[in-house]
Ligand binder design. Sequence first.
Ligand code: SAH
Length: 233
Amino acid sequence: MPFRATVLTLYPEMFPGHLQYSLSGKALERGQWLIETVQIRDFAADRHRTVDDTPAGGGAGMVLKPDILASAIDHASPAGDTRPRLLMSPRGRPLTQNRVRELAAGDGCVIVCGRFEGVDQRVIEARGLEEVSIGDYVLSGGEPAALTLLDAVVRILPGVMGNAFSGVHESFEGDLLEHPHYTRPQVFEGKEIPAVLTSGNHAAIEGWRREQAEELTRARRPDLWTAYRRDKT
Ligand code: SAH
């Protein structure tokens, strides 16, 4: 069964967005993954198809109503659907390559995209939504966050990336950032490609790349560096 993503949104036309292009787009055409959208507004019962209301306790903005969102979730992910239910949310656990790998190993996911101030807390609890953040900044809606998460998942699905070996040395594999890359021309604005990379000595190249990855990680990401050193000892 291909990986199946179901996205609940007020803007279904935003999908598959950029995922229709390049490798993810070709994989979508080949049926290696599927995406379907559910318009949350279709579950609003009133004449104006209202999906939001003012926050209890006062304050700015609007909140997505729990009853409507619950109906949409129950339609998209009925009992027996084993896929995780995610809610894109700046309050969520920050997305990591580890979580991306876990998701890619599963059957798919159901993703709720928030809008306005977010969603009523009770539907998060009642439907067991896992809050996922893509970083410490605030977007105007969950859709670009959902596309980002799906991009990361789809690119590692079996058969999606042309070269089966790309991915092995990438950033976050083994807690390290990736080493720098070079390609021709041999001299660019007076700067040469590091000699070791054109030496043909594969062991030396491996060693150089690891040193560079370690140095970059130490300088830029003390958090990853600490984890790497802990795992190594
Ligand atoms: N008032 C909320 C922000 C709402 S932003 C707060 O301060 O926490 C509107 C919607 O955009 C959210 O419901 C969520 O779905 C999405 N969103 C915003 N920033 C995000 C982030 N960093 N990661 C994932 N989703 C995000």
